[in-house]
Ligand binder design. Structure first.
Ligand SMILES: [Zn+2]
Length: 293
């Protein structure tokens, strides 16, 4: 059995502050799942992140309140957490007395970054890089992704929305992979999706039509069931899919190649061509994904 963990980066709406929507899937054979989880937990415990969700977009930001603590870098993890924690508790009290758009944004920022306040920005980046390196070493794992340039996507010409197109592509490529990986006796595959109320129902319905009628690209024989929706806070491998989606989007939008070059090694190849990751954009694009597709 192959377990394909799916998560997204960027917003599917044409508005929003990202130019791309990326849906990424990371397929892990069931027999190696426990081994990979243990490897991941080893990195997390090194940084005292055992219970934390690895959410790259929140970790990679600057925490200005943390940076203003004198001698922060030479403190122990416990002292750092304690010092920033006390500051934040005071600030939260003040912010709650005057709730508006700005204060709500700061409160949200505090909530999301609370698990990482004992790590400096450099350490947080180091964790992300170590995990990306770990993913790049997983020879038995495959990366699937559909990266949609929202400026290039024409809703009038497409039979699907941006999210639906991305999901159909991932399901099709996952199915192709299952057939090609063990052509004599293909393994079955299950999709495990980050729970998101707005997509759960849509993707379940869409998957049912794929199971009965196939996608535009293939008949579906080996991807089984509708997607399992899980809480990304609790499911580590969905967090790995999130890291991959983030790395791909940051490469396409900002040319940040460090994380991308690591996770892209897990894409499925046929000869020299990468077949499991696509950049849906103008023909003239010369990014690594387009050049190798
Ligand atoms: Zn491209």
């Amino acid at each position: 059995m192959q377990l394909c963990y799916i998560d997204e980066s960027g917003t599917p709406e044409s508005t929003g502050n990202t130019s791309h929507f990326v849906l990424a899937g990371l397929s892990i054979p069931d027999e190696f799942w426990r081994f990979h989880l243990t490897q991941l937990e080893t990195i997390k415990s090194k940084y005292d992140l055992q219970e934390a969700e690895i959410h790259v977009a929140w970790m990679a930001q600057r925490y200005r309140d943390q940076e203003s603590v004198p001698g922060f870098n030479s403190m122990t993890f416990a002292d750092r957490r304690n010092t920033v924690g006390i500051q934040r508790t005071r600030k939260v009290k003040k912010l709650k007395q005057n709730l508006n758009g700005k204060s709500r944004k700061t409160l949200r920022f505090f909530r999301r970054t609370n698990d990482y306040i004992h790590l400096t920005l450099q350490e947080r980046r180091q964790v992300i890089t170590e995990i990306a390196k770990l993913i790049s070493s997983w020879d038995d794992v495959r990366l699937f992704a559909e990266c949609i340039d929202k400026g290039f996507f024409d809703p009038a010409r497409s039979r699907r929305t941006i999210e639906e197109q991305a999901f159909e592509q991932i399901v099709s490529r996952f199915e192709h992979f299952l057939k090609a990986n063990h052509p004599r006796d293909p393994h079955y595959g299950l999709i495990i999706h980050d729970n998101n109320q707005s997509v759960a129902e849509k993707h379940s319905k869409l998957m049912k039509t794929f199971l009965s009628d196939g996608t535009l690209w293939t008949h579906i024989d080996y991807v089984i069931e509708t997607p399992m929706f899980v809480d990304s806070e609790l499911t580590y491998m969905v967090q790995m899919a999130d890291l991959c989606a983030y790395a791909i989007r940051r490469y396409i939008e900002n040319s940040e190649s460090q994380l991308f070059n690591l996770v892209f090694q897990r894409a499925q190849k046929r000869g020299n061509r990468t077949v499991s990751v696509r950049h849906f954009t103008k023909n003239s694009c010369t990014c690594t994904i387009c050049r190798s597709h």
